[in-house]
Write a protein that binds this ligand. Structure first.
Ligand code: CTP
Ligand code: MG
Length: 241
């Protein structure tokens, strides 16, 4: 299975001095945690990291430190996540049939989640990891007046990995570009093209590190999993747990 990792954002909502995926949790960059989970998954055989050229040198250092077995290439990112994934699709090896797309910022996804998504993609052409919504969600208008309360039982929060047949996802991105559609995940393009998207049960801990509070929560979850803020030299050992 091929995996594309969009990592080309700025992390504006984090408000840090660099791309948020380069910030560290327990001494290890967020994107490194994401890569370690992907490497530990049985199903992932190739990884494309979609990044801004300015981040490439530091990413190369991170990769050198991790010494992963999986082949990894850098693909230049775009101005939006949608553009970045579109670039990513062009960077896949010729003949790639299926792809998982997983945000670098979702660094707590487990290897098992990657493998379950890869397995599910053998029986469908489009899927997303997702979890039932816990909050009651309101639809509001431009003056913040509540318009509607959708039935929570039918609401799921989309996560990544999202998985697709490559030729179909390419067609959806082409159409999205031609039509000027702006979406925040790849499944939305699939849906707009009338294609089915299957839900794979996601993980409650698979949060997207977005604002500063997420750093604290993510670090807490990593500690709960037995990782410690060890010195660089012992990090690799603890990450293999
Ligand atoms: N991403 C990307 N290319 C972009 C924008 C985002 O590859 N032009 C990636 C991010 O690096 C992240 C994932 O898409 O791993 C999900 O996006 P998000 O959480 O919104 O990250 P940012 O766009 O970096 O954050 P913000 O929206 O707060 O600026
Ligand atoms: Mg963003």
């Amino acid at each position: 299975m091929h995996l594309l990792i969009p990592a080309a954002g700025m992390g504006r909502r984090m408000g840090a001095d660099r791309n948020k995926v380069l910030l560290t949790l327990l001494n290890r960059p967020i994107v490194a945690w994401t890569l370690l989970a992907a490497e530990a998954a049985q199903s992932i055989r190739w990884i494309g990291i979609i990044c801004q050229p300015a981040d490439e040198p530091v990413l190369a250092e991170i990769l050198a430190d991790l010494s992963l077995q999986t082949p990894i290439v850098f693909i230049p990112g775009g101005n939006t996540r949608q553009e970045s994934v579109y670039n990513g699709l062009r960077g896949l090896p010729a003949g790639a049939q299926r792809v998982l797309v997983h945000d670098a910022a979702r660094c707590l996804a487990t290897p098992d989640l990657f493998d379950r998504c890869a397995q599910a993609l053998t029986t469908c052409s489009g899927l997303i990891a997702a979890v039932p919504v816990k909050d009651t969600i309101k639809v509001v208008d431009s003056s913040n007046q509540v318009q509607e309360t959708p039935d929570r039982a039918r609401l799921w929060a989309a996560q990544t990995p999202q998985g697709f047949e490559v030729p179909l996802l390419r067609q959806c991105h082409d159409k999205g570009w031609q039509q000027g559609w702006e979406v925040t995940d790849d499944a939305a393009l699939f849906e707009k093209c009338g294609l089915p998207v299957q839900i794979v049960p996601g993980e409650e801990t698979n949060l997207k590190v977005t604002t500063p509070v997420d750093l604290a929560i993510a670090e807490f979850i990593l500690r709960q999993r037995g990782f410690t803020s060890a010195p660089e030299s012992t990090q690799k050992e603890s990450a293999k747990k």
